[in-house]
Design a protein around this ligand. Sequence first.
Ligand code: XIL
Length: 341
Amino acid sequence: MMASVCCAQSLRQEADNAGLLIGTAVRPSQLSEAAYASTLAHEFNMVEPEDAMKWWVLRPDATTFDFRQGDEVVRFAQSHQMKIRGHCLVWGRYNPDWLTQGHFTTQQLSQLLHEHITRVMKHFAGQVFAWDVVNEALDENGNVRDSLWYNQPGIGLSENGTAYIEQVFRWAHKADPRALLFYNEAEGEGLNRKSDAIYAMVKDFKHRGVPIHGVGLQMHVPNLDANVPEIAANIARLTALGLRVHITELDVSLPVDSSGRLFPDDLTRQAEVYRGIVWACLNSPGCTAIQTWGFTDKYSWIGSHSRGARGQALPFDRAYQPKPAYRAVLEELLAGRLPAH
Ligand code: XIL
């Protein structure tokens, strides 16, 4: 008998059947909300803290590590048999003021970063199975972005392009040799200068034995147009290197008018974008996880990020009711992976 959408229990169950991880970004402060917690545990088999493992949460000052919020996410995930992705160890943005304004020398920064990676990864070892080690290090032309860690003043490898990225992957592997290590990036999902540069970098890393296991494609889709054939081609070339691909931050934000209302048919168009992306991942054997950046429109970074111009980007509405996007994802999961050929 054919499985039908009416009787499917959850994204989680169908993802389990399809051999796929289906995850979402989570906020520890909402875990005590019954509808949030029950939807999360029912629908997903993986979580990633939206902010709780970033520097500005973990590091109130140069000498303190505050793991409380991260530990809350871990506890929730473990009690519901969910996998945990960690995010993110190295990023040029969202760092605490004491760090960005501390006038540290390259040597001090190098020590701080090495210590951070080591302490954080050892704390979560055996709990976090995969880490976004470096986030958003390239610009839209594929050049290494100016940043605290690269050249402002950097950790001592500022004239060497991707060498600082390589260095932190080596530190990360040493800190937790069992963790899968990812390079995570925005706006390099299809085929463009940035995705070419990501590809060239990770190919070089693979060839020289730098410990890297995957690429995270963020997949924040702002204009309802995801180029699915290009995304599939990009996933194919990355996985051909022997790397995994995770879709890490999927959301499809919709324009809203001044009263917050949507334009006609946009929920249907949104569902088709979700469908295309899930299809592209499911039909690439090396694409092993799909994660949305939150799951309910009640809690999403899109509203403040777009200053209210966009919203309703996620598969559940503000009342935790599934939207057409949810059904599209579920249908694709039910269809499963194409047989290998
Ligand atoms: C965002 C969070 O959603 C916000 O809560 C926070 O204020 C800023 O960061 N790319 C990333 C994520 O890799 O970490 C970002 O998350 C969204 C863009």
